[in-house]
Design a protein around this ligand. Structure first.
Ligand code: SAH
Ligand code: SF4
Ligand code: F3S
Length: 440
């Protein structure tokens, strides 16, 4: 592509959380609506969109190395747009440090991507990091094709200000999308082939709105209304904050049959002093009480969490409280991270930053507990019969891959099609997946 030629093909690469992936899909839809064609290989694309994540250190460095690697053998570069949370936080720095970058667009402003790309193609450099997100959602095109599992952002932004986290700065204040828009988008996704929808938000359970008859509802009410879409078989949501697990949502896990028995509820630490320093607004015991109540209504629920090791000042004894909490919960899966100081966050300048070797050691030990419980959870599923939503082909000939209600990967080799909900007997378990056989 030479200067002044509008790009015809594009490639979007997403680096972050599920909402970042959703944003990547939405940007692709905008570019297609603008007449461009998506290509799988970034080497051949006229426009490359790097949809970045700012949550931990390495992610940012990866962006700069990715920008460098977009240089082609003949010395040319595609038109490069940097989107996502790094664009929001460090847009000016990117523009200064990487002259190849022509467009910087934040996560609340990407509805303007097509016009910014058009302007960049005439030689300009464009930056847009406006907030908040309402204007974006109003400007996005209607959803058309979808995979059997689809994401739907219902809430964006975060007012919680955990002291380690950049998200309140990159995503801005909490906004909730209106109920009617969400029902429309969910129906469009189901019409396009989705059987399962994962409702997304940085604090998804803080969503609040009014239903069609003007009643105030929360996430439980929304899930209840969406469950009335007959071809929608499964509803999931992520990520929740313990402070927003209201009674209705806890109750919904026992009463809404389409709400899958899976809850990702980050806790970060099992120690109350650390939780306070993190500004988490819940105690370890408060968290365990929620788990207990969810389990009372839905005994088979699979639990997932997030943990940070090596938060500033974390002692060995405080770390041991995280291990104890893991042992008390028995997670089906969980994510764990070494604390990463983020520019502009309160924790980055706290005393007692922990040495890298100590963090490495704690992460290994924490992961050993999580892996043990994950394998135990999978093994305990052997012998159960469940529905699997078929998502794609597996690596072995004739093999299919899908998910159990508990979000486990299940593989089997009988007759099936993508998008089918099939009855499966679970016959074998490994740490990361289960083998199944079709019933009958
Ligand atoms: N809104 C979601 C997602 C936040 S990011 C939530 O509240 O859970 C996902 C996870 O990344 C967090 O739960 C936390 O465990 C981790 N994380 C966030 N900031 C981090 C940091 N500075 N260092 C290490 N891990 C971090
Ligand atoms: Fe970050 Fe905390 Fe908000 Fe989650 S709740 S996005 S960890 S500030
Ligand atoms: Fe990353 Fe932004 Fe998501 S920082 S985790 S892409 S909200």
């Amino acid at each position: 592509m030479t200067a002044n030629t509008p790009p015809r093909t594009f490639h979007v690469k997403s680096f972050g959380c599920q909402m970042n992936v959703y944003d990547g899909e939405r940007m692709a839809e905008l570019l297609v609506a603008d007449g461009m064609t998506a290509v799988d290989e970034r080497e051949t694309a006229d426009l490359v969109v790097l949809n970045t994540c700012h949550i931990r250190e390495k992610a940012t460095e990866k962006v700069y190395s990715d920008i460098g690697r977009l240089r082609r053998e003949d010395g040319s570069t595609p038109l490069i747009a940097v989107a996502g949370c790094v664009a929001q936080a460090e847009g000016a720095e990117i523009m200064a440090r990487a002259p190849q970058v022509r467009v910087v667009v934040g996560p609340q402003a990407y509805h303007r991507l097509p016009e910014m790309v058009a302007s960049a193609a005439t030689g300009a450099r464009e930056t847009e990091t406006d907030m908040p997100a309402e204007a974006k959602f109003a400007a996005l095109p209607k959803r058309r094709k979808s995979t059997p599992t689809a994401f739907l952002t219902i809430q964006e932004g975060c007012d919680k200000f955990c002291t380690y986290c950049v998200v309140p700065y990159t995503r801005g204040a909490e906004i909730a999308r209106p109920f009617a828009d969400l029902v429309d988008e969910a129906k469009a996704l189901v019409d396009g082939g989705a059987r399962e929808i994962t409702l997304l938000g940085q604090n998804v359970n803080a969503w609040a709105g009014e239903n069609a008859v003007g009643q105030a509802i929360g996430l439980a009410g929304l899930a209840h209304e969406l469950a009335r879409i007959s071809d929608l078989a499964r509803i999931r949501y992520t990520t929740s904050h313990p402070a927003d697990m209201d009674d209705a949502l806890i109750e919904a896990h026992g009463s809404n049959a389409k709400l899958m028995p899976f809850l990702h509820l980050p806790v970060q630490s099992g120690n109350d002093r650390v939780l306070r320093a993190m500004n988490r607004s819940h105690s370890a015991e408060g968290y365990l009480k929620i788990i207990e109540r969810v389990r009372a209504g839905r005994p088979d629920i699979a639990l997932s969490g997030d943990f940070i090791v090596g938060f500033p000042g974390e002692t060995e004894a405080e770390f041991a409280d995280s291990l104890a909490l893991i042992d008390a919960v028995g997670y089906a899966q969980a994510f764990s991270f070494k604390y990463s100081p983020r520019p502009g966050t309160p924790a980055a300048t706290m005393d007692g930053q922990i040495a890298a070797e100590v963090m490495d050691d704690r992460l290994q030990r924490l992961m050993a507990h999580i892996n043990r419980d994950q394998l135990a959870f999978n093994r305990a599923s052997v012998g159960k019969r469940c529905t699997v939503l078929v998502e794609r082909r597996g690596r072995q000939p004739g093999q299919w891959l899908g998910k159990s209600p508990w979000l486990q990967s299940v593989h089997f080799t009988d007759e099936a099609n993508i998008g089918d909900l099939v009855e499966i007997d679970l016959i074998d378990a490994g740490p990361n997946s289960l083998a199944g056989r079709r019933v009958g």
